[in-house]
Write a protein that binds this ligand. Structure first.
Ligand SMILES: NC(=O)C[C@H](N)C(=O)O
Length: 333
């Protein structure tokens, strides 16, 4: 049903899909915070200006509990809502721990122009200074904004708007936990409205995740002084189709991991090269077990994609039977 204002123009309608996180969390006296608030409770009764808002509960979990199955459920729920003619945009309330993965998945598969906006909170819903209500109000404004159309999936948090791709949680407790690698936020939202100042460049959408995504295993193995190939081998034994190496610096490892890459690639495992450094791309530079040797042995550089988004991209592609080659990754990294 379309909603019309007195002058006959159509009002924006935003669907808020609640999935849990700190924004939905509260504690029993002395106990730990647990996500239990519903979409209706998050939305409250304050109203969202000119925007009609509709709540939907998907589940209520800390985002540290999510698996590929739950990420797929979120992608399906978002797709169902944006397919509705009367819906202007969608907000997903979500824990911040893994928001970068869910936002990126939604961005990878989002083909239309309608804004999909994730938000959450850093202070629980029962804290007097909880940031949840403001973040939610702002996210609704972004999802309703014509300016945000065509930007894919976004994270709106503490007044800043981030493109999903390249954004990661960079602070555990700060009110603004997000940072985009190699670039800042693409806009801001404040009392004067929604201001998009840079438009993200996005590759063609991928097919949405199917049931096979749920158990497509891709592991991250971190390189550190003295690291050997034991964890990487264990990952493959446990069923990993790909291993993302979070290398040191610009993407380096050592001779033990170099030898393992040669073996693993020969046996059909995808080995991807990322970095454990918080910001900056992989730039193969060094020999003697460094990034140049790793790439020569068959590791695929994940460029400027943050390590956990790299993991997610590989899982999606492998779950769809895509042969993961340098060319297949070119549009994404
Ligand atoms: N701020 C948060 O939402 C963190 C929480 N642990 C979560 O990801 O669910």
């Amino acid at each position: 049903m379309s909603v019309r204002t007195e002058d006959g123009s159509r009002k924006a309608r935003v669907v808020v899909i609640a999935t849990g996180g700190t924004i939905a969390s509260s504690s029993e006296p002395g106990g730990p915070a647990v996500a239990r608030r519903t979409a209706a409770q998050l939305l409250g009764s304050t109203g969202y200006g000119d925007v009609e808002v509709e709540g939907r509960d998907l589940f209520s979990l800390g985002s540290y509990l999510l698996g590929h199955h739950e990420l797929r459920l979120i992608a399906e729920a978002v797709a169902a809502e944006i397919a509705r003619d009367d819906v202007t945009g969608v907000v997903v309330t979500h824990g911040t721990d893994t928001m970068e993965e869910t936002a990126f998945l939604l961005d990878l598969v989002h083909g239309g122009d309608k804004p999909v906006v994730l938000t959450g909170a850093q202070r629980a819903a029962d804290q007097p200074d909880s940031d949840g209500p403001r973040n939610l109000r702002e996210a609704v404004a972004v999802a309703a904004s014509p300016d945000a159309r065509g930007c894919g999936a976004l994270i709106s948090f503490a007044g800043r708007i981030f493109a999903a791709r390249g954004t990661r949680k960079a602070h555990t407790v700060a009110a603004q936990p997000f940072r985009t690698l190699d670039g800042g936020p693409i806009g801001r939202v404040d009392a004067t409205g929604v201001h998009i100042t840079a438009r993200p460049v996005r590759p063609a959408p991928l097919d949405p995740p199917g049931p096979r995504f749920d158990d497509t295993r891709v592991d991250v193995v971190t390189v550190h002084p003295g690291a050997d190939a034991a964890l990487a081998r264990a990952a493959v034994r446990a069923g990993a189709r790909a291993v993302v190496l979070a290398g040191t610096g610009v993407g380096n490892a050592n001779h033990a991991l170099l030898d393992w890459i040669t073996e693993a690639v020969a046996e059909g495992t995808v080995v991807a090269l990322s970095t454990r450094v918080a910001e900056g791309p992989v730039v193969p530079t060094y020999g003697n077990g460094g990034g140049v040797d790793l790439v020569r042995a068959g590791a695929l550089s994940m460029g400027g994609l943050p390590v956990y988004q790299a993991r997610l991209l590989l899982a999606l592609l492998l779950s769809q039977g895509v042969s993961v080659t340098r060319q297949a990754l070119a549009a994404h990294v």
